[in-house]
Ligand binder design. Sequence first.
Ligand SMILES: [Ca+2]
Length: 235
Amino acid sequence: MILLISTTVSSALESSLFVRLPSFDGYLHTTYNLTSLSPVKSKVACALSCLKDPECGSFFIVRKPQMMCQTHSIVFMTTNEATPQSSASYYQLTQAWCPYKDGYNLYRSAPVCYRYFQTNVTWTVAKQQCEVARSHLVDVKTQAISTHITNYLRASLVSRTLHVSAGGTLVNNTWYWSDGSPFTWVNWASGEPNNMVDEKCMALAWFYTFQWNNVPCNGTTPGMQRYYICQLDIP
Ligand SMILES: [Ca+2]
């Protein structure tokens, strides 16, 4: 009976709350984890421990020599950031409205979905591309979101020497987010924002550990082209 319930819970969890990503089979992430690799009785127990923590977005199960569980805040990873670990499986939490098959990753604390686009475009083109993808450039409204996004970017090798476009714009000397709300909490890097005549858009600056820098919205030189993060809100 207990086995039956456990199996049912497991199936329900797997179908609605988390997805397994076989591309991570045999790998274990060692950075930005919420808990250390610890013994656990079942996969469901590991999933439940992740669900209890709103910062948790994914977890690993290692089956040999005993079942072990490790939870993570980061929901975007590449195998470049992982170490080989036989019998490891990776699970990502999701929701039906957060289309992981399109590359969106759930952040349950907000809750919102993020998609990281690793193509170099101007801020204005990034804004348009997010809108094509039914979303908008990421609005970094709180310390919690900032920490999550920063960890997310720092966990990705490709981000560590890049600016990443975000949703802030300067209109009539006031900074606004994508949804039209003015900035309340801010995280400008020292000396920023500067040059407000030519730099009316906002980016996360790698050389400031992803604090904010105001940047030109358009331009043809490589420095004007950046990766970007789109945010998908609850419908
Ligand atoms: Ca600037």
